[in-house]
Design a protein around this ligand. Sequence first.
Ligand SMILES: [Mg+2]
Length: 393
Amino acid sequence: MQNKQNRWIIHVDMDAFYASVEVLDNPYLKNKPVIVGGTSNRGVVCAASYAARTYGIHSAMPIITAKRLCPNGTFLPVRMQRYQELSKQVFNCFYQITPHVEGLSVDEAFLDVTGGKLLHGDFETIAWKIKNLIKDKTGLTASVGLAPNKYLAKIASDLDKPDGFFYIKPNKIQETIDPLPVKCVWGIGPKAVEALKHLQIHLIKDLRDTDYKIFKKIFKNRAQHFYELSHGIDNRKVEKQTKDKSISNEQTFSSDLTDLKDMNIQILYLSEMVAWRLRQQNLKGKTISLKIRLSNLKRLSRQLSIDNPTNSTATIYNISKDLLNTWFKLQYNPSVRLLGVEVSNFNNNSQLNLFEAQADIKSNKIDSVLDTIKKKYGIDSLKRANLINIKRN
Ligand SMILES: [Mg+2]
């Protein structure tokens, strides 16, 4: 069993990103315990400097606990705009090396450097180049993992943190990942870790040696995926982000959402808003993105590109809902503060097959009837049945 494609993937993860930005802007905080996440006792830790981590402080811990562990630490509020500025500079470094960049959050991305060998030297040199470029341009340190696929690259960037570099060579895959705990498998959350523990499966090696029936039992329809990961196999591509214009709507909730049903209703509302705005401007897009901000302020996004550009509420809703549900299934009790839906990669030439065309006409008809009513009576005049009870903040 092996990876189908010969790819070279780099995973870059900034070290204690928000806290490091604060230290960058306030150099006297260097090597001191810095905790970002608000100054009041409510709320949770969004980032802790490595000095703060030695006190046992980590992300998502209640601020009040962190204050008890380290009363003399520097507690700072979140300055998201500043972090985003730095994030942009970091991503600009990536684009100097390759256009094949997939951002996972403000401080984390995959780069496919398979085609970069001639231009930039061997893959190790490329990985170091990225690391040094980030340090030069921003003054911040990153941990970099280099491996033949996304999953292994993500593992690698975590093996030498902070300011790390780790290279998983193709002939060293199994011996590198086997001794790691199963929680290092990308997507295995605390719930699955607990279930595996009951079966005496603690390390990736234990998981790899497990009967496929166990995979079926624990991971259901994701069994094959996790079976492959336990063998170091991952054939997912780096999904390039478009730099095109986009249309998006997002909603911050007055109290965090924990129920998937509530989230899906919000997704319907957001899809409706985005699709309506696209139709008003006669735009259709091929990339649908879902944005999530968790209660610990960590941001992430998921996206899917389709062959035929769309501005149909039904299509945008179904895709963003699927992205949300796929993400949700792999989490343990996620608490969501913000959801957003975005359509980008505009292109108005669609080539539908006969069945898709018929489905599209039907959904377009519904959209155009709704749009006529909205134009006449205002955007809130008509809501799909599920939206009637939606709370707008
Ligand atoms: Mg990070």
